[in-house]
Design a protein. Structure first.
Lengths: 237, 247
C-alpha cells in the first residue's frame, strides 16, 4: 500500500495520493483502487484514510454549522440569506417569532431588513433542498456591532487551532469578541477600533499563511509587536 | 499578403521559423489567481498567445430555466479581444467563437465533479488578449488552472496542446503561420493522471501512421504543460512558505 507524498505536502487536483487499501476522505476520490486528490491543498495520511485540506474552496452548508449570512430578500413567510455558498438559505418567520405567525399582522421588514447581517445555524440541508436556518438559540441573531472579515472557509479550523489554541490566543491578546462563521465570515467586535484592527490583521495573516507551521507563535509575536507600536504612538500624541 | 516569397517554415536542419525544434513547445508562462474579483483565475502566455481566464461559481443559475436538477451547469465563453489579431476583430461573438466555446466546455466538463453541486452553474470566461495560433488549447489549459484556483473539486487537471504536419514534418504546438500554411493541425486535451483524452479535433489530412505519431506528439506536449500547470498552482503557496521560513 504505497503512498506517494509526505504528510502535509502540497498537492494539486488529480495527483495520485495512495494506492491499495485506503479510504478516500475529504477532497479525495477513489478509482480502481487508487486515491486521487480533487483539490489544491495539503495531503493528510491517517491510518487508512487519506484526505486533503483544501487551500482554495467555497462553503458547502453542513447541518449544525454556525454561519453568518446577509439578508438579500424578504418574502411572505421568511427571509432569504446569502451565506457565501452556492445556494441561498431560508430563514422562516415562524422560527424567529416562536408564536403563530400571521402575514397580515407581522411586518417582516421590521424584524430583519435587507442588508442585515445575521448569525444563524443550519438546521436542514441536502443536495435537493436549499439550506434552512434557525436563530432560535442564544448567541444567534442579528449583528448590531463589530466588523466582518472574510477568509477562505476551509481555513476556519486553522483559525480555531488545535483545541482552540489559536482563537483563544486571539481573544486574549486583542481583547475582542470573535464569532466564527463556518462559511468563512468572521465577526470581530472589540472595545476600540484599534483592537478590532489588530484582530483583523491577525486573521488575515492566518488566512494567508494557513499552510505553514508554527503559525500561532508567529501571530502572537506579531500582535505583541503591534500592540507595543500602538502604545508608543499614543505616547507620542 | 505575398506569402509565396516568405521563407520556408522549416529549414533543412529541422529548425522552425521561430527557432524551435520540431518537437519543442513555445515558451509557456502560467500564473494562477490574477483576478481579485473572480472566484478563480489564471493567465497564460504561450509564445505570443496571451489569455486571461476568470471563473465564477458555483452559484445560482441565471436564467433560472437552464437549471439542471442533477448536476451543475458548466458554461464556458471563449472570446477574442478586438485587438487580439492583426486586423480588428469585431467584438460580437462570431460563429467560430461560439463553436470553440462549446468545444472547450466539452473538453473541461469530464474533469469536474459537477454532480456534487446540483442546481448551480460554473461560469468560465476565456478572454484572448493576443492570439497567435493554438488559443483553444491554451484556453483549456488556463481554464483548468483557474477552476482549480476557484477550489472546484476536479478529477484531474486538463492540459491541452496541438500537434500537426507542416511542410512534410510532424511538429508540436503549431503557431499561427504553421497552422495556416501547414497540412494538418490536431488539437488535443488530456487528463494526464487518468490518461484520458477529453478533446481531439483534426483539420487537414494525415495518413493513419502519421495520425498516430501526431497524437503521441501532442500527448507528450500535454504532459509537459501539465507540470507547468501544477507549478503555477503551487507557486503562490510556496512563495508564502519561503517568505515565512526566512523570518
Amino acid at each position: 500500500m504505497p503512498t506517494f507524498y509526505e504528510n502535509k505536502q502540497l498537492v494539486t487536483p488529480g495527483d495520485l495520493l495512495a494506492e491499495g487499501n485506503y479510504v478516500a476522505g475529504e477532497n479525495a476520490y477513489k478509482e480502481d483502487g487508487k486515491i486521487y486528490s480533487t483539490q489544491l491543498g495539503l495531503v493528510d495520511y491517517e491510518e487508512r484514510r487519506v484526505h486533503v485540506v483544501a487551500l482554495r474552496a467555497f462553503y458547502i452548508p453542513y447541518i449544525e454549522d454556525t454561519i453568518i449570512g446577509k439578508v438579500v430578500d424578504v418574502g411572505f413567510s421568511g427571509w432569504m440569506l446569502d451565506i457565501n455558498a452556492p445556494y441561498l438559505a431560508m430563514l422562516r418567520a415562524s422560527d424567529v417569532l416562536d408564536r403563530p405567525f400571521k402575514p397580515q399582522k407581522n411586518d417582516l421588514f421590521s424584524i430583519f431588513n435587507i442588508g442585515d447581517l445575521i448569525i444563524a445555524k443550519v438546521v436542514a440541508y441536502n443536495r435537493t433542498r436549499d439550506p434552512l436556518l434557525t436563530v432560535g438559540e442564544p448567541s444567534l441573531g442579528k449583528i448590531t456591532r463589530g466588523q466582518i472579515v472574510e477568509v477562505t472557509p476551509t481555513k476556519i479550523p486553522r483559525l480555531i487551532g488545535r483545541q482552540g489554541s489559536m482563537i483563544s490566543m486571539l481573544k486574549r491578546e486583542t481583547g475582542c469578541h470573535i464569532t466564527l462563521g463556518q462559511n468563512g465570515l468572521v465577526l470581530v467586535s472589540g472595545k476600540t477600533l484599534e483592537d478590532e484592527r489588530l484582530a483583523i490583521m491577525a486573521i488575515r495573516k492566518i488566512d494567508q499563511e494557513a499552510h505553514t507551521s508554527g503559525l500561532t507563535d508567529r501571530v502572537t509575536k506579531m500582535i505583541q509587536k503591534e500592540k507595543g507600536g500602538v502604545k508608543h504612538a499614543q505616547k507620542d500624541n | 499578403m505575398p506569402r509565396k516569397t516568405t521563407k520556408k517554415l522549416i529549414d533543412k536542419n529541422g529548425i522552425r521559423a521561430d527557432g524551435r525544434k520540431l518537437d519543442e513547445l513555445r515558451p509557456i508562462k502560467i500564473e494562477a489567481g490574477v483576478i481579485r474579483n473572480a472566484d478563480g483565475s489564471a493567465y497564460i502566455e504561450q509564445g505570443k498567445n496571451k489569455i486571461l481566464v476568470g471563473v465564477y461559481g458555483p452559484k445560482e443559475v441565471h436564467p433560472k430555466h437552464l437549471t439542471l436538477l442533477d448536476r451543475a451547469l458548466l458554461r464556458c465563453r471563449y472570446h477574442m479581444a478586438p485587438f487580439s489579431v492583426d486586423e480588428r476583430k469585431r467584438p460580437a461573438p462570431s460563429r467560430r467563437e461560439q463553436e470553440l466555446s462549446k468545444v472547450i466546455t466539452w473538453a473541461i466538463e469530464p474533469s469536474i465533479f459537477l454532480e456534487h453541486f446540483p442546481r448551480t452553474c460554473i461560469d468560465v470566461f476565456i478572454e484572448v488578449l493576443q492570439a497567435n495560433g493554438g488559443t483553444r488549447c491554451a484556453g483549456i489549459t488556463a481554464a483548468s488552472v483557474a477552476l482549480a484556483d476557484a477550489g472546484i473539486p476536479m478529477r484531474d487537471l486538463v492540459a491541452a496542446c496541438a500537434a500537426g504536419k507542416v511542410e512534410g514534418h510532424l511538429v508540436l504546438d503549431l503557431m499561427d503561420v504553421e497552422d495556416k500554411m501547414g497540412e494538418a493541425d490536431l488539437p488535443l486535451a488530456l487528463m494526464p493522471n487518468l490518461n484520458a483524452i477529453t478533446l481531439l479535433q483534426m483539420d487537414g489530412g494525415l495518413t493513419t501512421d502519421e495520425f498516430e505519431q501526431v497524437v503521441n506528439l501532442a500527448l507528450t506536449g500535454c504532459k509537459q504543460i501539465h507540470t507547468l500547470q501544477k507549478e503555477a498552482l503551487k507557486a503562490r503557496y510556496i512563495a508564502v512558505k519561503k517568505a515565512v521560513e526566512k523570518q
